[in-house]
Design a protein. Structure first.
Lengths: 290, 673
């Protein structure tokens, strides 16, 4: 447009009113949302049904076929110790999901709790914000190394690291929402009506901040998949022989030239899972911003 | 009023005469919704604009007036689509024109001005750049010539010292001046038509007056035809010669302003006129609202759009759409002088019963005023009028003779400090030395323009903000800085109704929860069943169906939402109700319902009411006493009729004279034909 005297009407088109709970359903009905959901469900289901789907014990070694390619007995082939790769991938998903399903909601809940705490008093707010700054100041992997140094390797440090990394993310997100929502007229109206501080926060403000948090949840799942993978890859996470997607990749690395099928399985699954969660979060985000 | 007098032109609009500039026929616009359904925002709209004519398009929100204006140059948002009809500008057909052809029309032959002058200018560009760009886009001369023209334009729209101000940026101009700059931009290429979409809605009354004066003057001097889109009848009466009334996406009435405003033929026009509060009506005058709410535009239209709210509607109105035609054909039984005037004036109405509307209005015809622009003269005339009314007896002035005021404030003060050192130095004193008294059962009207501190004062009184100085006394007790327990009891006594019915209700809570919340938090009806019964009772009190408790606020219209807000405020049985601009976000016909509801509740429940508004006419009708606020201070206060008729403070006088009255000056002395 070259003429400045024309400004597009900013008036939202008629019918802009929407059901506050519909965006989620609508987001899942978009192509992006459908594919995302299907991918995430597919991988999750594979993990959940691992005992049924796998033909071998994931840690059972067999000396006969080392680094063998796919065959009727071992669909994805075997690794350097002769373990069935399909079984290991399926159980690896299971381990990953267990860690993520515990860590992400834990981080989200703690983050929200801190944000609500910060909303009570400006002094508390400053304290909480500085603690968040401190956590955010460390890159995820440095944090992971530091925590493993204290706790030792295993599942616990992975859960702690993921949760810890997510706390400030959710905390900041919710705090921003609270700051916006509490100046809105309905919040003032509730205050004038005599609603107490706790009820105002939990009953009025929190539900109206929920939308971005749901998107953040989907994003955080993606990040968590990465973080677990990275930690196991570096050997500071869950230890072999227990299979995880990360440590399988780590083990496959030396054999990348001789036996590319070794890395292919876990790589594909990680890609699908991350793609699924990303598409899902993007679909939700687009629908909510409408 | 204006230079053009369409009343003298006997040419029927059916066959466009030679001077027809803009000819719109059968225009229909649909908006697509995310669900795939279509909203029929404009349905079969037709009108003709002659050269130099001033035409007002009046309607409430959702009537399709803005959409019509945007559709003229195909400036509709992406979801909008012209489905039928034609728009002819001279010999050019615009509905089928290419984007290239349209660009040559936009800004050059049709100029547009929008509602919000605050956001319509780019803050990083100087005014000269803004004007230069418009001129350059249509190939106007070289740099020096464009600069000279820009200077000339600023002078034309009445910006003092244009040479120096050219290089200023938008933030250095006031709201009214920005609107002037936008008008200058629209006029830069001497368009044949100037379309102004609610140009004064975002402005204060005194500034509105100046902008309307400017538009009228420009129309006279440059001969630019003016299409003024507004919801405000007063603006129309002051500015335009011809009037188009829209409802539910259709044109319901079309005719000379004086004619339509004094003798409306469509029941909707008549109802709308009766619903407009008039400054000349004394305190206690009831407004006549139109029952019901505007139609759902996503439904197909069968019959008259107004049928559902119309008192004289019959079966035919609901099934067959009336055509816009001269009422002459429809009502041969009318007496001849009126008939003569009507047909000559080119007055058209889309109604099966145009005769009934006329009679409705005669009964509702208001006391008239406004020929006198001089405030002193105005006041004198009003006083004369008042004497007449007093003899007939008027309600509203009986003040309860209770000595101890319910609410008393003295030297109340509130400052807002910015952040950092600069903020601390330049603090904004929003409320300064305000002393008020409000008795039980009394309504105090608080009037002021935007930024005068009215809303801050309301929030201080409702204890949503803490006062920085002074005292607030409720029933003689100092409640300026209440303890937490004192605040709880205080919250029961002082309740508030907010301006924006869309923002003040939690979108995630049902109506029952919203209204029931104050009961719950104050422990008034601990028993669930009793609470539900009380909520139902409250909803009934404000005129809502108690069956609505389970629905979310979005299911309600603006007026209904405001009723929910009132029900919530009344729930803890307060003795003081603060209404902060309770009707300024509502349409005129709905505003009347809410104003009447508030006065009834005030009377029946014996509430003390603090009614805050920028609209003097509304305040006058509901209030016993009035306080005028200007720059954080109360500059004048007293009994409402006294202040309105003989204002003492110059600011009050300015405010009073700036209120446009919906009865046109030409309609008073001179007969319409």
């Amino acid at each position: 447009m070259t003429t400045l005297s024309f400004v597009r009407a900013r008036k939202p088109g008629p019918g802009a009113a929407r059901n506050p709970h519909q965006p989620y359903r609508k987001a899942l009905a978009t192509t992006r949302g459908r594919i995302g959901l299907a991918l995430a469900l597919l991988v999750t289901l594979a993990g959940l049904l691992a005992p049924l789907l796998s033909s071998h014990v994931p840690t059972a070694q067999s000396g006969e076929a080392l680094l063998a390619p796919g065959s009727p007995g071992h669909l994805l082939g075997t690794d350097d110790l002769g373990r069935d790769l399909l079984s290991r991938v399926l159980y690896g998903i299971r381990t990953d999901l267990e860690v993520i399903a515990l860590a992400v909601p834990l981080g989200a809940l703690l983050g929200c709790a801190f944000a609500l705490l910060a909303a009570v008093h400006p002094v508390l707010d400053t304290v909480v914000q500085r603690v968040f700054d401190l956590v955010l100041a460390f890159p995820g992997l440095i944090l992971a190394l530091a925590i493993t140094a204290v706790l030792g390797p295993g599942r616990l440090p992975v859960v702690v690291v993921i949760a810890l990394a997510e706390i400030p993310v959710f905390g900041r997100q919710l705090r921003a929402g609270i700051l916006v929502q509490r100046e809105r007229e309905y919040a003032v109206a509730a205050r004038v009506g005599g609603t107490g501080r706790a009820r105002l926060l939990l009953r009025h403000i929190l539900p109206n901040c929920a939308d971005p948090l749901v998107v953040q949840l989907a994003v955080s799942l993606t990040v968590a998949v990465f973080l677990e993978g990275a930690m196991s890859f570096l050997g500071v996470g869950i230890r072999p022989p227990e299979p995880t997607l990360g440590n399988m990749l780590s083990q496959a690395l030396p054999y990348l030239a001789q036996a590319p099928h070794f890395a292919a399985g876990p790589l594909l699954v990680v890609t699908l899972l991350v793609l699924g969660f990303s598409l899902l979060s993007e679909a939700l985000n687009r629908e909510i911003r409408r | 009023m204006t230079s053009s007098t369409p009343t003298t032109s006997p040419t029927p609009t059916a066959s466009p005469s030679q001077d027809a500039l803009l000819d719109v026929r059968g225009l229909s616009v649909d908006f697509g919704t995310p669900d795939g359904a279509a909203v029929h925002a404009v349905r079969d709209v037709g009108f003709t604009l002659r050269r130099g004519e001033t035409l007002a398009v009046v309607g409430e929100s959702g009537s399709g007036k803005s959409t019509t204006a945007l559709a003229l140059t195909r400036m509709l948002p992406d979801t909008g689509r012209i489905t039928a009809g034609s728009v002819r500008l001279g010999d050019t057909e615009l509905t089928g024109a290419s984007e290239e052809e349209l660009r040559a029309v936009r800004g050059a032959r049709i100029g547009m001005i929008f509602q919000d002058p605050m956001t319509s200018l780019n803050p990083v560009l100087s005014i000269r750049t803004h004007l230069d760009e418009v001129l350059r886009a249509h190939g106007h001369g070289d740099r020096a010539a464009r600069r000279a023209r820009a200077e000339e334009l600023l002078a034309l729209v009445g910006i003092p010292d244009p040479r120096r101000r050219l290089d200023d940026h938008p933030h250095q101009f006031s709201g009214g001046q920005r609107q002037r700059v936008l008008i200058a931009m629209a006029l830069a290429n001497e368009p044949e038509v100037l379309v102004a979409d609610e140009p004064t809605t975002a402005l204060d009354a005194t500034v509105q007056e100046q902008i309307l004066g400017l538009l009228t003057r420009l129309n006279e001097e440059t001969g630019t035809a003016l299409v003024l889109i507004t919801h405000n009848m007063g603006v129309v009466a002051r500015t335009c010669a011809r009037l188009l009334v829209m409802y539910g996406g259709t044109v319901v009435e079309d005719g000379p302003t004086a004619e339509v405003l004094t003798r409306p033929r469509h029941p909707y026009t008549a109802g709308l006129l009766a619903a407009v509060p008039r400054l000349s009506s004394p305190s206690g005058t009831r407004l006549a609202g139109i029952p019901g709410s505007p139609p759902d535009l996503s439904l197909p239209l069968t019959g008259c759009a107004f049928a559902a709210r119309c008192a004289s509607a019959d079966e035919r109105c609901g099934s067959e759409a009336p055509v816009l035609e001269s009422p002459l054909l429809e009502s041969p039984e009318l007496e001849s002088p009126l008939l003569e005037a009507t047909s000559q004036a080119g007055h058209h109405v889309a109604c099966w019963h145009p005769d009934t509307a006329a009679s409705t209005v005669t009964s509702a015809a208001p006391p008239v005023r406004s020929r006198y622009r001089n405030p002193a003269e105005l006041a004198r005339r009003e006083a004369e009028l008042e004497v007449r009314l007093e003899v007939e007896g008027e309600p509203g002035d009986q003040l309860p003779a209770d000595d101890a005021p319910l609410l008393e404030t003295s030297a109340l003060r509130k400052e807002f400090r910015g952040r950092g050192r600069v903020g601390r130095r330049n603090r904004l004193v929003a409320v300064d030395d305000v002393s008020l008294r409000l008795h039980q059962g009394e309504t105090l009207g608080l009037v002021g323009e935007s930024g005068s501190g009215k809303s801050t004062l309301a929030r201080l009184l409702a204890h949503a903000h803490q006062a920085d100085g002074g005292t607030i006394r409720l029933r003689g007790q100092d409640v300026t800085r209440p303890s937490r327990t004192a605040l709880r009891t205080l919250r029961r006594q002082v309740q508030m109704v907010f301006q924006d019915p869309y923002a003040s209700l939690n979108p995630r809570m049902t109506v029952g929860d919203i209204v029931g919340e104050p009961l719950l938090v104050h422990g008034l009806h601990p028993d669930r069943a009793a609470r539900e019964a009380r909520v139902a009772e409250l909803l009934e009190l404000v005129g809502l169906d108690p069956a609505a408790v389970d629905r979310l606020p979005r299911a309600f219209s603006g007026g209904q939402r405001q009723r929910i807000g009132i029900a919530r405020a009344l729930a803890p049985e307060p003795s003081l109700l603060i209404c902060d601009e309770p009707v300024s976000a509502l349409d005129v016909s709905v505003q009347a319902q809410i104003v009447n509801l508030l006065s009834d509740l005030q009377r029946d429940l014996g509430l003390a009411l603090l009614f805050i508004a920028h609209d003097l006419a509304v305040v006058r009708q509901v209030s016993h006493r009035i306080a005028v606020m200007h720059r954080g201070r109360i500059v004048e206060s007293g009994p409402v009729d006294e202040v309105c008729e003989s204002p003492r403070h110059p600011y009050t006088q300015k405010l009073l004279s700036a209120v446009p009255d919906p009865v046109p000056a030409s309609a008073l002395g001179v007969p319409a034909a």
